[in-house]
Ligand binder design. Structure first.
Ligand SMILES: [Zn+2]
Length: 580
């Protein structure tokens, strides 16, 4: 429950009431928000429907705090100097006034939803923090003006300012300060609620896929999975984690008092106008109870096969499968490799064909109007039997194309193969890190009914998400450096001697993450009669791969090499992909 946000009037409603946006504009922005997970206000500003000042004024109204215009932002140098430069350089806030008698610092921010920033300022500066609102551009200009002046003054001209300046905090120092600051709040019951709110807000804002709550020896760490990597640690004091994990358990409807057994659940999280499908898993450990909160993709993603970046031969194979609409297609990839998004692109192709489409999905997502959508909740009973019943029901309903996302593996042979052999199309997801040829070989050779499986299988799509290096801080790598990385990965560097590699070191444009997003690559293997013949006589994965490559399949490794050659993939990405 994000009570603070729900109770307050939602920004969209406010803008509509004040006739600052039209119903059509708001609806358009809500659809955009679902795709991008950006804040609704941001989207409206970006589209030019409202100005940033208008948005700020409405946020001020919503949160009941003053809005100030750019001309009122005029902090003294002494006041600016009380803030460590590394905090100022984020350009997310500016100090307005300091009430030393009560230890209250008032700052100017563009977005009151940014609880993480407020917490951070509070913890580093050791003041109570109040805020007023101004546009982000006004704030950035005020910070820039001060930083430019400070560098001109060579930072030494004002001894008072120098004395007041707090040492730039290293990560370790910040963490220790956080611990000290938060220990005092252990008694504060509301703290868990606020912290969860700020964490969820931050996760949405940074488009994180997961949030990890990790009890360590002596501290408690929160990490965000952003673009596939865990980063942006927040360290809080021991003692808070009970409230934190407890709060999450309440949100997810788990047993609050059960702390010794792992638990998991799916639930919806309200965020502003929208509702996001999440899952949570808790795990007790020697240092206490940890948890992972995961945000799920929705099947109403709106992406087409072209948007996903699938190559021409791959797309042709998928279209062929959908046109025939017979047999079994498997979308495979490691955990969090975008399988649901790929299946949503299938859904779009399916929808154009005028058939009865049914989607069975474990997450409470949405498919728009494209299919009959069933959420399979297997948390109550035996997962296999719950799923089996759902698939049988779909079959009875006269389904033409069945899309199954997140079912147990045993269901594949038991239920999905028979349906796909009865003249219907079935698309299912499978979590595995194997390549298409390896996967095909493995599932057929481990099957007790391999003949039925071989005749049902039509298409294997294997997916990987690879990081996109930030183009603002991308630099060529010195020649010798690549050699070392190849050797460390146990690869012979000789074949790559002629290649030039790039590396991103991190810059403000990429929030010092060196990565700005992820892009999918696909390996699409069509199971035709040639391949079936190989499978029947128990051919090796190498033979399958060779035959498929002759028929137009591009392996993941070949695609990765092509990307590295075009300098779209970094050396690190290439080496980890080749070693896999
Ligand atoms: Zn960068």
């Amino acid at each position: 429950m994000l009570s603070e946000f729900i109770q307050k009037k939602r920004i969209g409603t406010l803008l509509l009431e004040k006739k600052l946006v039209t119903q059509e504009q708001l609806e358009w922005a809500l659809i955009k928000q679902r795709e991008s997970k950006c804040m609704l206000g941001e989207i409206l500003v970006e589209a030019g429907f409202i100005s940033e000042d208008t948005l700020c004024k409405m946020l001020a109204l919503q949160f009941g705090v003053p809005f100030i215009s750019e001309s009122e932002i005029n902090p003294s140098d002494e006041l600016m100097a009380t803030v460590p430069e590394n905090l100022l350089k984020m350009k997310k806030f500016v100090p307005l006034k300091l009430d030393t008698a009560n230890d209250i610092l008032t700052i100017i921010i563009p977005d009151p939803n940014n609880f993480v920033l407020l917490d951070h300022v509070k913890n580093v500066l050791k003041y109570h923090v109040k805020y007023v609102l101004a546009s982000s551009k006004a704030i950035e200009r005020a910070v820039n003006a001060y930083l430019n002046k400070a560098s001109r003054d060579d930072r030494t001209s004002s001894p008072a300012a120098a004395a007041a300046r707090i040492e730039p905090a290293s990560r370790e120092k910040v963490s220790r300060r956080d611990i000290a600051a938060l220990s005092e709040k252990e008694q504060d019951e509301a703290y868990g609620v606020n912290l969860v709110n700020s964490i969820v807000n931050y996760a949405f804002q940074e488009k994180a896929q997961e949030v990890h709550f990790e009890p360590l020896d002596g501290s408690f760490r929160i990490r965000f999975r952003i673009h596939g990597l865990l980063r942006d640690d927040i360290v809080v004091a021991r003692g808070v984690e009970g409230q934190l994990v407890g709060r999450l358990k309440i949100l997810a409807g788990l047993d609050f008092s059960e702390k010794r057994k792992p638990q998991k659940a799916m639930f919806n999280l309200e965020q502003g106008f929208d509702s996001f499908s999440c899952s949570i898993a808790t795990l007790p450990g020697v240092n206490g109870e940890g948890a992972v909160l995961r945000f799920h993709g929705t099947l109403f993603d709106g992406k087409t096969l072209e948007d996903l970046g699938m190559d021409d031969p791959g797309r042709r194979m998928v279209r062929r499968f959908m046109m025939r609409n017979r047999g079994l297609a498997i979308v495979a990839g490691p955990h969090d490799s975008g399988k649901t998004v790929t299946m949503s692109a299938f859904l779009r192709v399916m929808d154009q064909a005028g058939r009865k489409n049914i989607v069975l999905q474990s997450c409470p997502g949405s498919t728009g109007t494209m299919a009959h959508h069933v959420q399979v909740d297997a948390s109550a009973g035996d997962a296999v039997s719950v799923w089996r019943t759902a698939v049988e029901a779909a079959s009875d309903l006269g389904v033409d194309t069945l899309l199954v996302d997140g079912s147990p593996y045993t269901l594949l042979e038991e239920s999905l193969v028979p349906i796909s052999r009865s003249g219907r199309g079935v698309v299912t997801s499978l979590a595995t890190g194997a390549s298409a040829a390896d996967l095909l070989h493995d599932i057929v050779s481990s099957s007790s009914r391999s003949a039925a499986l071989i005749s049902a299988l039509s298409l294997i799509i294997v997916e990987r998400l690879i990081p996109v290096a930030c183009s603002q801080c991308r630099k060529p790598l010195p020649a010798g450096a690549a050699r070392v990385v190849f050797e460390e990965g146990g690869l012979n560097p000789a074949p790559f001697n002629q290649m030039n590699f790039v590396e991103s070191k991190g810059c403000p444009a990429c929030s010092h993450r060196s990565v700005t997003g992820r892009k999918a690559i696909f390996e699409v293997l069509e199971v035709n009669d040639d391949i079936r013949e190989l499978l029947i006589r128990g051919a090796s994965p190498q033979e399958i791969r060779k035959k498929s490559s002759e028929r137009g399949m591009k392996t993941l490794k070949v695609q990765l090499l092509e990307k590295a050659r075009r300098q779209e993939a970094t050396l690190g990405t290439l080496v980890s992909g080749l070693v896999e």
